[in-house]
Write a protein that binds this ligand. Structure first.
Ligand code: KMH
Ligand code: ZN
Length: 279
């Protein structure tokens, strides 16, 4: 597949910074995540980006909880399962990387440290190398998370060290307070700077989620939406994850771009097709 490939829509339904008391629509248990996976698939999604919480709503990166989450998604859909290795601020690098032993199809690799609100999301070279080595060990495809312009240079350095080969799939996360702002100019600059052959998506934060998605649809990129990045459907109206996916699918369709099925997305991303037993 090439140029204007079908649109891969990633849904990030639960984030470490979004708590259940902020919205009734956060699928923070495996059961809720499974239901959301089904709805997101029906709405046109291809990938689910996974963070986990305990039943009391607190963040966790426990392998057992991620296994439950994986099983819940798989029992309800054929979505590509992508684990977060970013976790939550304050988690140790080992904790963040621990879930890779479950061999999800994909996992995120944030390509550098970044101010994150009043905190620092720490991703030193030793941290990135450790996560990448574990991804290689368990055969997990990375999605490179780029929060700032210098993060692409960091990814190139990791490639020079032999820990990564290009092309890769890259997610441009724009609008985090402390990171690169969500503007079309910044998006174009990053896309111009991508190594040859990379596929990319954009995750606009907050109210920039929809405009960034629209730009990506037009540019031939892919899109990430979901409550991790944005709680609202419109001003004052809380969103459900599947509604955010459905809106992007609808707009893409109007623009003449169909959404990718999960298996089409696997082909675009160079992942193996899902064994029929796992559907
Ligand atoms: N929660 C952020 C500190 C990822 O999922 O890989 C990191 C994050 C990135 O959400
Ligand atoms: Zn995340």
């Amino acid at each position: 597949m090439s140029a204007m490939d079908p649109l891969i829509v990633t849904c990030a339904p639960v984030g470490a910074e979004v708590a259940p008391d902020q919205t009734p629509h956060l699928p923070y248990t495996p059961k809720l995540l499974g239901e959301t996976a089904r709805a997101v698939r029906d709405a046109g999604g291809s990938i689910v980006h996974v963070h986990c919480r305990n039943d009391d709503g607190t963040n966790t990166h426990s392998v057992a909880r991620f296994r439950e989450a994986y099983d819940a998604v798989r029992a309800n859909s054929d979505l590509i399962v992508q684990f977060s290795t970013g976790g939550a601020i304050g988690m140790t690098p080992d904790e963040r990387a621990s879930v890779l032993e479950l061999r999800p199809e994909m996992a995120t690799l944030t390509c550098g440290s970044v101010n994150f609100g009043d905190d620092i999301f720490e991703n030193s070279f030793p941290i990135m190398r450790g996560i990448l080595r574990k991804m290689t060990e368990f055969g997990v495809k990375p999605e490179l998370e780029i929060f700032d312009k210098g993060h692409l240079a960091n990814a190139r350095r990791l490639a020079k060290e032999g820990l990564l080969t290009f092309p890769q799939h890259v997610d441009l996360v724009l609008g985090v307070p402390g990171g690169l702002e969500a503007t079309v100019q910044n998006l174009c600059d990053l896309v111009d700077d991508l190594p040859e052959g990379c596929t990319w998506s954009v995750a606009g934060i907050g109210r920039q989620q929809l405009p960034m998605a629209m730009a990506a649809i037009a540019m031939g990129g892919h899109v990430r939406v979901g409550l991790e990045d944005n709680l609202f459907y419109s001003k004052g109206r809380l969103a459900r994850n599947e509604e955010l996916v459905a809106r992007v699918a609808r707009i893409a369709g109007e623009a003449g771009r169909a959404v990718a099925t999960p298996d089409q997305a696997r082909e675009i991303l160079g992942l193996k097709a899902l064994a029929s037993a796992a559907r």
